[in-house]
Design a protein around this ligand. Structure first.
Ligand SMILES: [Zn+2]
Length: 217
């Protein structure tokens, strides 16, 4: 056994709702009702105890792939329409960034580029790496992978930034008489990408990173 044993080796299981650490909890027939190999319930708060999130890898893959598929129309379809006296423009994410840069709002351009290109792509790569490496039970860079997961979770709170930027622009320009900014369908697909990647990172069980740890490391 390692210096730092895992809970499963010590026959301990923690309640994810109230935090109580339990040992040898009897199965509760009220939870699944078949009387065989019953699910365990937390003796303090009664929620179901699980050593790992069920089907974590398959579920995370499904959500991640769905998010990636939504990300394609999010980039191909126009996300906003800007209109002035001279012309009407439908902008995709990239052309919107270029437009903002040209129009003299480089800071806004950088924010939109970061929120809509850099962050989602890094999230896809990070979650894909976490999934592949824990599927293979890889011992590679475990502490760094755990940190990577916490970073992905932290970024999740800020991912809606791009939708906020479009909303903000819309609100700002509504007050001006000469021009108009309107959100277009691309924004919906971008919103779906953000929500699906958030669910993907939530359904990944970071404890999988430490599974399959050999006794010699
Ligand atoms: Zn509990």
């Amino acid at each position: 056994m390692n210096a730092l044993a895992r809970a499963a080796e010590l026959d301990l299981i923690a309640c994810t709702v109230c935090g109580l650490v339990c040992r040898n909890v009897p199965g509760d027939p009220h939870l699944d009702g078949d009387g065989i190999d019953d699910a365990m319930a937390c003796p303090r708060c009664g929620s179901t105890l699980r050593r790992r999130k069920p089907n974590s890898v398959a579920r995370t893959w499904a959500l991640l792939i769905a998010a990636f598929l939504m990300y394609i129309p999010a980039n191909v379809l126009p996300i906003m329409r800007t209109a002035s006296l001279h012309d009407v423009d439908d902008n995709t994410i990239i052309s919107g960034v270029v437009e903002l840069w040209r129009a003299g709002s480089p800071y806004l351009a950088v924010i939109v580029f970061t929120a809509s290109i850099v962050v989602p792509v890094l999230k896809f790569l990070a979650l894909g790496t976490l999934l592949l490496s824990s599927q293979r039970g890889s011992a590679w860079a475990r502490p760094q992978r755990a940190k990577l997961y916490r970073l992905v979770e932290l970024i999740g709170y800020w991912s809606m930034l791009d939708v906020f930027v479009v909303a903000l622009l819309t609100a700002l320009v509504r007050f001006s008489v000469l021009s108009l900014v309107e959100p277009l369908p691309g924004v919906i697909f971008f919103g779906l990408t953000v929500v699906l990647t958030m669910f993907a990172s939530m359904s990944f069980d970071p404890r999988l990173i430490w599974d399959g740890m050999d006794s010699d490391d």
